[in-house]
Write a protein that binds this ligand. Structure first.
Ligand SMILES: Cc1cc2nc3c(=O)[nH]c(=O)nc-3n(C[C@H](O)[C@H](O)[C@H](O)COP(=O)(O)OP(=O)(O)OC[C@H]3O[C@@H](n4cnc5c(N)ncnc54)[C@H](O)[C@@H]3O)c2cc1C
Length: 395
């Protein structure tokens, strides 16, 4: 065994940062990556632009269970450290509505500066190493991959990611490794994911986009409102506000097995109720046909699709229906279309200062493999960079 060797399992955002920090401290480290390439999720992030951080970095944008841990990690490695790190690597960034991107608008630039740093530090990468187990006996840690490959080390940092977009490498296999070590796995569910909705309106309107405000209604309890683009699809609803609201819906459907899950959609978010009421009353008085009551307010096809609201109801009821149209949600589109994972290794079982396992000395976790997920807007990569750095910090 190489003296003091650390093995990093997984070469994504968290694993690369953990390895760089180890390397900069002059400690021997190797990355074991199951694919033939590092950072494939970084390349796919932000539609290829990589929203790598948010100006407003705070634990409050993460799941409740993880907030204490996230706060502790950001206190050690927060926004200014992440910005300094990338600046030091030569990456120039800019901020758009709080979301931070590389000035090149290319995720490939982000991965490239990280790879150059790995090269400068001469950090070896074992590609096509599909880690299947970590065994620990009397302080001796052995990492096993396919075809009988084994590496003995002093420390191991597990950064195998979650279950979303398995085509990019992370398929949940590292949860099993942590489970074998005795760790609790909070049931992973897809997050930031389109929703399957039982309403023929969606299929009829497929391809139409509107700006909207949406909130979840789970067992009658209303969630927070998310505003943004809504896209009607043949299976249901997608678009930025749907991805934003999907987290609580996915947890309710997939983990809590709730049946009463609805989306309340404000089809006219740019008008408050009195404004909409006045405009509709004016149109009705002027003799507008039901199919024209919303012409110029909503796309023509949607205006036609909801004309029955005006055929069957008074203005007051129509306003209520347009400001809070209910769609029953039956499922999410699943792992292949989810940007992140909610759930993972329980944060209660890791040291909140070092990310070391409370069950096994020398075993660390970082990134999406932990039960820590942030909102969209750069929070998940921020967590991956920061937790990776902290996991690679202890000597
Ligand atoms: C389409 C898409 C867009 C996104 N856009 C953004 C965005 O703009 N901003 C943002 O903040 N977040 C975004 N995210 C989320 C963000 O990319 C992830 O949260 C983050 O990359 C997780 O980093 P990670 O290192 O923890 O895991 P991953 O990036 O998943 O890396 C895990 C690595 O481990 C490897 N691995 C897995 N199992 C094993 C094993 N058994 N043995 C060896 N290696 C293994 C995998 O191949 C992979 O390389 C996006 C995600 C997706 C899918």
């Amino acid at each position: 065994m190489q003296e003091n060797l650390t093995v990093v399992i997984g070469g994504g955002a968290a694993g690369i940062c953990a390895a760089i920090n180890k390397g900069r401290r002059g400690e021997p480290v190797i990355i074991c990556e199951k694919a033939g390439q590092l950072g494939r999720k970084i390349l796919a992030s932000g539609n290829g632009r990589c929203n790598l951080l948010n100006d407003n970095l705070s634990e409050k944008y993460y799941n409740r269970a993880a907030r204490e841990l996230v706060k502790s990690i950001f206190a050690r490695y927060g926004k200014s450290e992440i910005l300094d790190f990338f600046k030091g690597l030569g990456l120039n960034v800019y901020s758009q509505d709080g979301r931070i991107f590389p000035v090149t608008n290319q995720a490939a630039s982000v991965l490239k500066v990280l790879e150059l740093e790995l090269k400068r530090l001469a950090i070896p990468v074992e590609y096509n190493f599909n880690c299947s187990a970590i065994s620990i006996q009397k302080g001796r840690i052995v990492v096993s991959g396919g075809a009988g490959k084994q590496i003995e080390c002093r420390k191991v940092i597990l950064t195998g990611g979650g279950k979303s977009y398995p085509v990019l490498g992370s398929d949940g296999s590292t949860y099993e490794i942590a489970k074998h070590l005795g760790h609790t796995i909070v049931e992973p569910v897809p997050s930031a994911v389109p929703l399957i909705v039982k309403d023929s309106l969606c299929r009829y309107l497929q391809g139409q986009r509107i700006s909207s405000g949406v909130k979840s209604i789970i067992d009658g309890k209303e969630g927070r409102t998310f505003k943004g683009e809504l896209l009607f699809t043949k299976y249901g609803l997608s678009g930025t506000c749907i991805l934003d609201v999907s987290n609580s819906i996915s947890v309710a459907l997939n983990r809590q097995k709730k049946a009463n899950v609805f989306l309340s959609v404000d089809l006219v978010p740019f008008m408050d109720k009195p404004q909409l009421r006045d405009e509709l009353a004016r149109r009705k008085k002027s003799g507008y046909a039901p199919e024209d009551m919303l012409t110029g307010i909503l796309p023509n096809k949607l205006t036609f699709a909801v004309k029955d609201i005006f055929e069957q109801n008074d203005i007051e009821t129509a306003v209520d229906s347009l400001k809070a149209r209910r769609f029953p949600v039956v499922a999410t589109k699943g792992w292949n279309e989810a940007e992140f994972t909610s759930g993972g290794i329980s944060v209660n079982e890791v040291n909140s200062e070092t990310l070391e396992s409370k069950l096994h000395k020398g075993v660390y976790f970082a990134g999406e493999v932990l039960d820590a997920d942030g909102e969209r807007g750069g929070y998940n990569l921020a967590w991956a960079w920061a937790s990776g750095f902290v996991a690679g910090m202890t000597g």
